[in-house]
Design a protein. Structure first.
Length: 258
């Protein structure tokens, strides 16, 4: 199936590893030009070289999406190099674990900046070109905490549903401009961050993955590539009648009906 992404420009944030890198690779393989950002330059450049091996044009810009100036500089660079952004994949690391009595105002503010305000700033920056072209795809990577609270992740449970509400509202406002807006909610995906949970657990990485697979209906943790396949579809021309959804990619772990 031709996804209609050849010649489009995609911006993927937090793209140096894990799900972000997998999305950048997936979009590049479909013929899109790919702009990538991450905070750590050497990891970003290494990932960009991997994406370039697909034959895609790649722009790698070190940036921290929690900083307004970095977001403005990032999108300006993409506009200068590629003439605008057609597809935004707004991704960022998640807030830390913590229980209510342990969390400070500063941690709540940082979670808001990371998960919600970064999306607001990225969308604000890419919208002018999308509106001018009357074509755009905005996808934000969040968490199944949008659908079902996760034990120990109070900051994520509190902030990420607000991002889903933002995206649902934007889908209504931007539909007239043929800009589609969706949220993707990963469950347990085999990333470095997920595997980092094995540290201090007394389990080997293999044992840790096995333990966290038992309540997943498919019986296994997902791969970044499986997650990216859904994002790439939502970014494509083939998803032309899909907007305003929050779709989980979780092997069936979320039991809710909505």
């Amino acid at each position: 199936m031709d996804l209609g992404l050849r010649g489009k420009t995609a911006l993927v944030t937090a793209a140096s590893k894990g799900m972000g890198k997998a999305c950048a690779l997936g979009l590049a393989r479909e013929g899109a030009r790919v702009a990538m950002c991450a905070r750590t330059e050497n990891e970003l450049q290494k990932a960009a070289e991997e994406v370039r091996k697909t034959g895609a044009e790649v722009l790698a810009v070190p940036a921290d999406v929690t900083r307004a100036a970095d977001v403005e500089r990032l999108v300006r660079r993409v506009n200068e190099q590629f003439g605008g952004v057609d597809v935004l994949v707004a991704n960022a690391g998640g807030p830390p674990r913590g229980k209510f009595d342990e969390l400070t105002d500063e941690q709540w503010t940082a979670a808001f900046e990371l998960s919600l305000l970064s999306v607001v700033r990225l969308v604000r920056a890419v919208l002018p070109t999308m509106r001018q072209r009357r074509w755009g795809r905005i996808v934000t990577i969040q968490s199944t905490s949008v659908k079902q609270p996760i034990d120990g992740l109070l900051l994520s449970n509190g902030v990420r549903p607000g991002v889903a509400g933002l995206m649902k509202t934007l889908a209504v406002e931007l539909g007239k401009d043929n800009i589609l807006v969706n949220t993707v909610c990963p469950g347990r995906i085999l990333t470095d961050r997920f595997l980092g949970g094995a540290t201090g657990s007394g389990l080997s990485p293999e044992q840790y993955v096995a333990r966290h697979s038992t309540d997943i209906p498919l019986g296994r943790v997902g791969t970044p590539e499986e997650f990216a396949n859904v994002v790439v579809f939502l970014a494509s021309e083939r998803a032309s009648y899909v907007t305003g959804v929050a779709i989980q990619v979780d092997g069936g772990v979320v039991r809710g009906l909505l």
